[in-house]
Ligand binder design. Structure first.
Ligand code: PMP
Length: 353
């Protein structure tokens, strides 16, 4: 910390992203990336892109990509917002929507970035405890009018809510924003996009990072009521007008054209997830029923940190948190079937040691 830092940030704890080791090849099951490459059409689009384009600023409206996304999701261009990864949507939405006399609610066990952004912007937030079975306590999000952010499926549990529950939360908070973070929705959960027609307070955020093999390309998008999207754009133009770079716009357009390829990959990942759940249960592990591209599991007699460390020594990276209620658990990204076979065999070795 320098002596120049604003006082309000002096004790600030930044978000810690998952490890991205550059020194050694791991079986990388720690940050929920896709194990499959970008679609052939995306690779072709990159090869055919005239690098002269990089001399110019990108289209700040992202019109062409927005039109494609709108068509795919059955909404209009005015309902779509584009961002540099969906983390940026969270940041912009937190900046835009919680007044000083309001509260922002999110689950106590969830994406840890929410707490960090809320603290960064001095937002009053309250963490709503998950129920004993680790599901989101829907009624607690309906108890008093508040802004809400919930991931669906939740991370790191992988547990998903149905549309009726999201609608219930939206109805209980009609004068507040309900942000549904659907980073992992494509792996078997239900999207809340159809709800935006009924509820002007529902804002859905999604990403190309997981289901579209594009974590390095940094492309997120939000779908919501046109007036809410304009609010996000006001923040975007006042923060980073060219937030999505020219190459990502081009490649993301190609990715939308290849939707079938990515949908098939999601199905493969879901099948691998079911197999891995079974194999880990057979080893005595407890595994939550996930609708995401990761599973949350614990092995009796082992702390999450031990499993993490033992696996890392053997070349496999997973994620764990030394946090109340989840210290025994690890989050394991679903890789290829071969990678998951290696994971299961390695875990067996550790458990039987
Ligand atoms: N939401 C959740 C729940 C996530 O786990 C992540 C990935 N860390 C994100 C949003 C952001 O992903 P990205 O910025 O890559 O779109």
């Amino acid at each position: 910390m320098s002596r120049f830092l604003r006082k309000r940030y002096q004790d600030f704890e930044a978000y810690t992203p998952g490890e991205q080791p550059q020194d050694r090849e791991y079986i990388k099951l720690n940050t929920n990336e896709s194990p499959y490459p970008p679609a052939p059409g995306v690779v072709k689009a990159l090869k055919e892109t005239d690098m002269e384009r990089l001399r110019l600023y990108p289209d700040p409206t992202g019109h062409r990509l927005k039109t494609k996304i709108a068509k795919l999701y059955g909404v209009n261009e005015e309902n779509v917002f584009l961002s540099n990864g969906s983390d940026e949507i969270l940041n912009f939405a937190f900046l835009a929507f919680t007044d000083d006399d309001e509260t922002l609610l999110f689950p106590d066990i969830t994406y840890s970035f929410y707490k960090v952004i809320a603290a960064l912007h001095g937002i009053n937030y309250r963490e709503v405890p998950l129920a004993d079975d680790m599901t989101i306590d829907v009624d607690a999000f309906c108890a008093e009018p508040a802004n809400v952010v919930i991931p669906n499926p939740n991370a790191p549990t992988g547990l998903a809510l149905g549309l009726d529950d999201i609608a219930k939360i939206a109805k209980a908070n009609t004068d507040r924003i309900v942000l549904v973070d659907e980073a992992y929705v494509d792996f078997g959960a239900e999207t809340s996009v159809p709800l935006i027609k009924e509820f002007d307070n529902v804002l859905v955020s999604q990403t190309f990072s997981k289901s579209r093999s594009f974590a390095g390309g940094r492309l997120g998008f939000a779908i919501g009521n046109a007036s809410v999207i304009r609010d996000l754009e006001m923040i975007q133009y006042s923060t980073n007008p060219y937030n999505v770079n020219a190459l990502s716009l081009i490649l993301a357009e190609a990715a939308i054209d290849e939707n079938g390829y990515y949908a098939a990959n999601c199905k493969k990942i879901e099948a691998t997830r079911e197999q891995t759940e079974k194999a880990l249960s057979a080893l005595g592990a407890t595994v939550l029923p996930s609708k995401a591209n990761f599973i949350f599991a614990k092995v009796p007699g082992f702390a999450g940190e031990d499993i993490y460390r033992e696996l890392k020594q053997r070349g496999i990276l997973v994620r764990h948190w030394n946090q109340p209620r989840i210290a025994d658990w690890v989050r394991i990204t679903i890789g290829t079937p071969e990678q998951m076979d290696t994971l299961v065999a390695t875990l067996k070795e550790i458990v039987e040691k």
